[in-house]
Design a protein around this ligand. Sequence first.
Ligand code: MG
Length: 164
Amino acid sequence: MELTRTGIGFDAHRFAAGRRLVLGGVTIPHERGLEGHSDADVLCHAVADALLGAVAAGDIGQHFPDTDPRWKDADSLDLLKRVAALLRERGARPVNVDVTVLAERPRLAPHAEAMRRNLAAAMDIPVGRVSVKATTVEKMGALGREEGIAALAAAAVAEEQAGE
Ligand code: MG
């Protein structure tokens, strides 16, 4: 019997000078990037947490601690690939993911297709099962003041047998 499990993920990173802005593995032209131990790809981090959440396997902070030099400037698509592999080791696989990025600027819609392709490749699922959306927050709060970018993700995971 196959069981479908769902998970959610959320992440936020603040902007910092002198950093590349990487979202969904796409380097986006912008005057600042996001601060973080890895490449600070907030979108990949939210998706990875949604996948881990679906199988109740903790979060990316546990699997890839920012105190570990191995993950310094890590490519977050690679972290996502590792999370998908961890799921498969447990007899589970990603079915689909849906992401919303909250950013006042820059405009992300032109990059959504490239992000979808990157995420799908990292998880080894068809691109038609990956949704990437973006919204502003109407200039409200910290995100509205462009202090950083946040992302929310939902994922469905199929598990071969009902897990404990
Ligand atoms: Mg993060």
